[in-house]
Design a binder for this molecule. Sequence first.
Ligand code: NAD
Length: 491
Amino acid sequence: MVDRDTAIQEVVSATREAFDSGRTRPLEWRRNQLRALDAMLGQPEFVQALFEDLHKGTTEAQLTEIGVVRGEIKLALRKLSQWARPRHLVTPLTFQPASAKLVPEPLGVVLIIAPWNYPLHLTLLPLVGAIAAGNAVVLKPSELAPATSRAIARYVPLYMDARAVKVIEGAVPETTELLAQRFDHIVYTGNGKVARIVMEAASKNLTPVTLELGGKSPVWVSDAEQLDAVAGRVAWGKYVNAGQTCVAPDYVLTTPDLVRPLTKALKRAIAQRWGEDPRASADYGRIINEKQFDRLVSYLPAGSIGAHAEPQVDHVTGTSPDTGSFEIAHGGRVDRENLYIEPTIAVLPALIPQSDAYSPKTIGQSFKIMDEEIFGPILPIVPVPDLNTAIAYINSGDKPLALYSFAANDDEDHRLERETSSGAFVVGATMIQAGADSIPFGGVGESGMGRYHGRYSFDTLSHLKPVLRKPLRPDTLKLVQPPYATDSAET
Ligand code: NAD
């Protein structure tokens, strides 16, 4: 589509002209834009759009989307002059007399490509950092959360500097055309497959990228004394937004003796939060679309899936050659028309460390649910004999975005911290690392590269330029220039 592509090219070059004009550099412009963004978030349409796209309740929308962005704006407004100030650098004695500083300067035009699962938060949080750092920005919200994408496209130009902050709506063709343009930084949040496309396109212009990706984030549970508290935190992290959260616990590793008590505690935790029938809860989300719904249902053994009209499916073991055989210990009711999947707990057979047939290395071949990031409200519990097996299992896969520990003692926490690698390691909680603007957020390996939030966003989206000053007199640099003193051994 020549017209569409030309329009996208024109938008990007207009954004570059706006940056080149210098209008985005003054701190006053940045502050005004941040205030405008905050005012924009007061539009009730955003809450409605999040409900439309993901059945997000008002409180959850405020807590996990709007409030997070507003908190980031508040911090940026408070700290901007400090962040933007030149930072003193020490100059070595041998350079004296001299002085050096690190001067943050805007990079230029930043492209932000966002996913559908927190469609407002993940589009606007990087925008806060990009504006604070004095950049012009092109936003590409996710087409899979169409109501939120529309609301962003409608309100951003009304509230913000329409010359320097642009929105392009669309799917793969639009993003492909955008990626053919030159940007000075790209922030991509989504899956690893598309991240590779983004990085390849970025390489043509040596554009730096921040890639915020996902993966299977494990939970280790051995704290038998506090299972109700543990279950509450795991259940919240897993089932909020119907499991469609990049830092959601993907699966639980625990010892066989804790499987039953933990399952019971999780059932109680689910009922306390979303009631006996979560379908009726205003606080329980829906799956984004049929494609994702069908993918999630395909993880469950065929005999175990209950249509919603039927009685609660409980303790049913189903089998299917594709999914493997395991027990649905809770939930399993689904309703395609309403894109509803009940909070579900799946108990897998215990891992046998030395077995050829079923070991940490082969579990993904036996169970599809252990092969891919689940990204939905199904929680597998995998019994393991001990922490050694848990660590070996975690290390046999890709580095996850998060690792959560609810261990019986500090030694286990320390071992997990030292002997595994993940975007973040959290003891005693799930998800909260993503909500603190003082803590950098990002993955490692397959879970991503680069970090942002708060000051880290500002630094990531700035060039931190060293500026060095040395007076011409006295001419101390003469000492390092030829002719060099001849080595006495050669004479
Ligand atoms: P998605 O399908 O909405 O894709 C994200 C963006 O990529 C969209 O804007 C889309 O238009 C664009 N896109 C899709 N295919 C493309 C292509 N072929 N070429 C160019 N652009 C393309 O979202 P998703 O990837 O399904 O999101 C879910 C994934 O994101 C999960 O793996 C999740 O863990 C991860 N995630 C990570 C974070 C994080 O902060 N680390 C946050 C949320 C989600």
